[in-house]
Design a protein. Structure first.
Length: 169
């Protein structure tokens, strides 16, 4: 019976965050099998952002989404993966509109007080030259955490942009 809490923890998080070292996250795998919570085109948190908007898709483990929907709080070890694509419009038979083109990479938010004292950390797996990075250090607190703390609708997350978490139906 004493193994029940460990089993429940594992059941809640089919893929908990994996670290190369303290606050150095390994890129999550199989996240596209997780629960899709929303997408956006061109959202930026800076007025000086590029004028070329990217598509972004956000995924979360299903158990973490279910817990959030019931409690309004994301469980410890929750990961949200944001994959980034360049938009394109050059494919037959499309005559107008845009769709996801070249894959750029992923960024990840992780709720893990064992990794960072603030509880949430933000990781960028897109290298300076566009290469995919297998690991990433937590971004400095002022780079992401402060904005998420101030503007995240719930528990440091921009739930306001994710209809499958935001809406009750």
């Amino acid at each position: 019976m004493r193994f029940a809490p460990l089993f429940l923890l594992f059941a809640l998080h089919a893929e908990p965050p994996q670290y190369a070292s303290k606050a150095v996250l390994k890129a999550p795998t199989n996240y596209r099998d997780w629960y899709f919570v929303g997408s956006n085109l061109g959202i930026s948190y800076s007025e000086n952002a590029t004028k070329d908007p990217n598509f972004k898709n956000i995924y979360i483990p299903r158990a973490a989404a279910d817990t959030f929907k019931k409690t309004g709080i994301f469980p410890e070890k929750t990961m949200l993966v944001m994959e980034v694509y360049q938009p394109t419009k050059d494919a037959s038979p499309a005559k107008q509109g845009q769709f996801e083109g070249k894959f750029i990479g992923i960024e990840v938010a992780v709720k893990d007080k064992d990794a960072v004292p603030e509880g949430w950390a933000y990781y960028n797996f897109i290298g300076d030259n566009g290469e995919r990075k297998p690991t990433a250090k937590a971004n400095p607190k002022q780079a992401c955490w402060s904005c998420h703390q101030e503007h995240g609708a719930k528990d440091n997350v921009f739930v306001q942009f994710y209809p499958r978490l935001r809406d009750k139906d």
